[in-house]
Design a binder for this molecule. Structure first.
Ligand SMILES: CC(C)(COP(=O)(O)OP(=O)(O)OC[C@H]1O[C@@H](n2cnc3c(N)ncnc32)[C@H](O)[C@@H]1OP(=O)(O)O)[C@@H](O)C(=O)NCCC(=O)NCCS
Length: 309
């Protein structure tokens, strides 16, 4: 599109970016017969700008209409030690299917090429527009995930999970153990994100770790709760029972609320337990990588906040 220019996001873009994420996502889902994803409006989607403007290595880009200076699309990226991650991608409905997303994606694939790092994301398995966009740019889907919506009872979930006693709140001293675990299990590192969650300066985060008898970290799970955005993840664990115990602990930080989390479809015992707790499938996602990928050797709980893959 000749009328379009891609530029880095500016603080003055915040409200227009939040409006665009909200209207783009809601409109796409409504057009395809689903419910709006952000019924709470742009106050909820402000969280993307708020978190990515303070998280080290993360920032956003916009596609600006050169004639009107209005935004046609937005996307976020995260440069991490082992990889680059792509955050939520949105095009304003007035400009769907005109190549805006393709231009935004090119800017970010250029960053990952310059950094010589794989580019990772999670994308909806129900959205052929985004699947095609990423697939044409060289992404390969590797794992299937189920997005589970769960309403946590007012007095919390009660379940006798083996290993629940090993779960405790994380401290900053746990970050090296969390980083090593994730590197071993999924081949990526993002210790800066974990320190940011645990410091919790914006009051949005809670993190639990699953600690073994010798003090080793065998799993962890973060959760984000604020402005109507209640989501568990990211999380990593060696096995499904540890993941179940961590989900219970973080779900119970959200008593009386409906939470969303994204679990591997292949983790059948974990999936079955979520149904027993009343979880409902909301969507399916693929984790996708453009570049080198090492298969996971444990359980990865994905999230949109911040984007993982
Ligand atoms: C998904 C979304 C970002 C796509 O934006 P867009 O600007 O309409 O996409 P583009 O016009 O750049 O099209 C992307 C490419 O996919 C191709 N494409 C689309 N549908 C296709 C299909 N069924 N088969 C093959 N290719 C297809 C297009 O032709 C285009 O490739 P080209 O440039 O080589 O022709 C947009 O629909 C959106 O914002 N949706 C709501 C939010 C969302 O779902 N974000 C993604 C989260 S996973």
């Amino acid at each position: 599109m000749t009328d379009l220019r891609i530029r880095e996001m500016r603080p003055s873009d915040k409200s227009e970016v939040s409006e665009l994420i909200c209207v783009s996502t809601n409109q796409w889902y409504l057009m395809h017969g689903f419910d709006a994803n952000f019924p709470g409006g742009p106050r909820v989607t402000e969280i993307f700008y708020d978190v990515y403007s303070v998280l080290e290595g993360s920032w956003g880009i916009v596609a600006e209409n050169k004639k009107t200076s209005r935004l046609m699309g937005t996307c976020f990226y995260h440069i991490r030690p082992t990889h680059v991650a792509l955050g939520i991608m949105n095009v304003h409905p007035n400009y769907f299917k005109l190549g805006v997303a393709r231009s935004l994606l090119k800017y970010i694939t250029d960053i990952s090429d310059r950094e010589n790092k794989p580019l990772r994301l999670i994308s909806s398995a129900m959205n052929l527009d985004s699947y095609s966009l990423y697939n044409q740019a060289g992404f390969i889907p590797h794992f299937i995930y189920q997005d589970i919506l769960l309403t946590v009872p007012e007095n919390g979930i009660k379940d006798d999970i083996p290993g629940l006693k090993n779960v405790r709140p994380a401290t900053l001293g746990d970050v090296p153990g969390m980083v090593n675990l994730e590197l071993e299990i999924s081949g990526i590192q993002r210790g800066g994100d974990y320190a940011y969650f645990i410091e919790n300066r914006d009051g949005l985060w809670h993190v639990s770790v699953w600690e073994g008898n010798n003090g080793e970290i065998n799993g962890f799970l973060a959760s984000c709760s604020g402005h109507g955005f209640n989501m568990l993840g990211p999380g990593v664990s060696r096995d499904q029972e540890q993941a179940t115990a961590l989900i219970l602990q973080e779900a119970n930080q959200n008593k009386g609320k409906t939470i969303l989390f994204i679990i591997p479809a292949e983790s059948s015992r974990l999936v079955k337990r979520m149904y027993e707790w009343g979880g409902k499938n909301n969507e399916l996602h693929f984790s996708q990588v453009r570049g080198e990928f090492t298969p996971y050797s444990g359980v990865i709980i994905q999230t949109f906040m911040p984007e993982t893959g």
